[in-house]
Design a protein around this ligand. Structure first.
Ligand code: ATP
Length: 489
């Protein structure tokens, strides 16, 4: 565990050193739990987003994508329940003034019990916590914290306030005209992208002539005033979601829930996440809108945590928006119901949602990819490298083109290869430094292929290709380079 924690710190430093992720506003000492993606990070993020978008929209004839605005009418958040319910139980330590999410505080204590070999106590504590959370029993949660002698990590005391609710939505003001009632100008930064889909249900269904079952997908920024924002990009205040709402006939939602649960796990495996690093975690406490919910969890360097949520949201959202907007939001289904031999007719569709955080997916990919390797060479000396084994399909740069020297016509051949390949995938050109050093740099940023153009290239039109993962080198025809890279994508 200590090793994993070290490794995680190294990964964070590595991301900064090589242009993947920077602390936001670093020049001004940073803004807590907000991050900027650098030149390589932005490309990796885009590749992940593109893979998701393609798998949802291009590969499913019955799913279309939209891009709704971040600002929405404030009543949206009343209808969705976020104004009243989007809050977490919190507790403050009176000595350190540090605020904790109650479930995180208890889970951290449970983790420590497990590390101390007290597995039964860990299980009992988590079970009690789940039961109390399910009942919103705040007094019970406080008693649980007190009776387990759970301490603040900073003050090391058990001097706790009562448990209170804290709304996570960011508020801001809209327009320049002051209103008599200041509440009239309030808008929220959306805490999830899903509502932009629900309020566009009729627009998309009608204009796209969509037939149930069908889905609407969207990627975009979401904002939550997380109290305990930590673990790098795992929990941020500004983050990106990739959500798909699948509209189904009432009564068929459990079938689709099972379908999407399995389909999403298969998708994660398709981008290189091993099955044994993924698991399902069924929710005991269901959100106010759900009749079933689970998390797809990944084994992060700091333990098993939620990567994606699969939720059966019933007809809650569409019904709420119908009620608050006073508009009819229904679907006319003219398929024949075999039970009655009549068309299904008008109904409010049920919804199965898949919701994955792009930043968490990014963290998943890089924490799997990052490796520090050491080995003994044939001559007995030690060697080492840091490598990012990002699958070629999503790696930010696919191919490095490296002329061995800056003269003798080698850069010209290399530039020609650049021109041939750059239309099809991301390439990187470099002629500075010894070739070994250049290979190491490409390992560190996760470039799967390097091609070296040397003097022999001028004679027989062959080049050396070097594979990042096993550092194997072989001689291939210059004309085969593009094909080999394309085959791996
Ligand atoms: P958690 O329990 O970790 O707070 P959640 O259950 O509130 O997450 P959802 O509301 O289901 O999360 O959001 C769907 C997905 O959005 C999550 O699975 C996660 O990948 C991502 N996500 C949610 N909150 C954050 C955050 N603060 N930072 C980064 N990603 C987030």
């Amino acid at each position: 565990m200590a090793n994993e924690a070290n490794n995680f710190q190294q990964l964070i430093s590595h991301c900064k050193e090589y242009g993947y992720i920077f602390q936001s506003s670093e020049l001004y000492d940073g803004l807590s739990a907000v991050y900027d993606y650098g030149q390589l990070g932005a490309q990796l993020k885009k590749n992940l987003r593109d893979e998701w978008w393609k798998s949802m929209t291009q590969l499913h004839e019955n799913i279309v994508g939209i891009d709704a605005a971040i600002f929405m009418h404030p009543t949206v958040w009343k209808a969705s329940g976020h104004v009243d319910n989007f809050s977490d139980p919190m507790i403050d330590n009176k000595d350190s003034k540090k605020r904790y999410r109650v479930d995180h505080l208890i889970e951290a204590h449970a983790e420590q019990l497990a590390l101390d070999g007290k597995k039964d106590e860990e299980a009992a504590l988590l079970k009690s916590m789940d039961e109390l959370l399910a009942k919103d029993d705040f007094a019970g949660l406080k008693t649980l914290i007190d009776s387990n002698n759970i301490k603040c990590s900073i003050s090391k005391t058990c001097n706790w306030t009562d448990v209170r609710q804290f709304n996570l939505m960011f508020k801001t003001e809209f327009g320049a005209v002051a209103s008599e009632n200041p509440d009239d100008n309030i808008v929220y930064l959306r805490p999830e992208t899903a509502q932009g889909i629900f309020v566009n249900f009729l627009n998309v269904q009608k204009t796209g002539r969509m037939k149930i079952p069908f889905g609407i997908a969207q990627t975009g920024k979401a904002f939550r005033n997380e109290i305990v924002a930590r673990q790098f990009i795992f929990r941020m205040r500004e983050f990106e979601q990739m959500e798909m709402q699948f509209f189904v006939r009432p009564g068929s939602q459990m079938e689709w829930y099972a379908y999407w649960r399995d389909a999403r796990k298969v998708w994660h495996q398709s981008i290189g996440i091993p099955a044994e690093k993924l698991r399902f975690h069924d929710h005991i406490k269901l959100a106010h809108y759900a009749d079933a919910a689970l998390d797809i969890e990944f084994e992060f360097p700091f333990g098993w945590k939620e990567l994606e949520g699969i939720h059966s949201r019933t007809d809650f959202d569409l019904s709420q928006h119908a009620q608050y907007s006073k508009k009819k939001i229904q679907y006319f289904d003219n398929d024949v119901d075999p039970a009655t031999n009549k068309p299904y007719g008008n109904y409010t569709p049920y919804v199965v949602e898949t919701s994955v955080g792009l930043d968490r997916l990014f963290l998943t990919v890089i924490s799997l990819a990052y490796a520090e390797e050491k080995w003994t060479k044939e001559d007995g000396t030690e060697d080492s490298r840091v490598v990012m084994r990002i699958p070629a399909k999503i790696a930010p740069t696919k191919l490095a083109i490296l002329p061995l020297v800056k003269k003798d016509g080698l850069p010209e051949i290399a530039r020609q290869l650049m021109d041939e390949c750059k239309q099809s995938f991301m390439c990187f050109y470099e002629e500075k430094d010894a070739i070994g050093k250049r290979y190491r740099r490409m390992d560190a940023i996760g470039t799967p292929f390097c091609v070296t153009i040397d003097h022999q290239t001028k004679e027989d039109n062959t080049v050396t290709i070097r594979y990042r993962d096993d550092m194997r080198q072989e001689r291939i025809a210059l004309s085969d380079v593009k094909k080999i890279v394309l085959q791996s994508l």
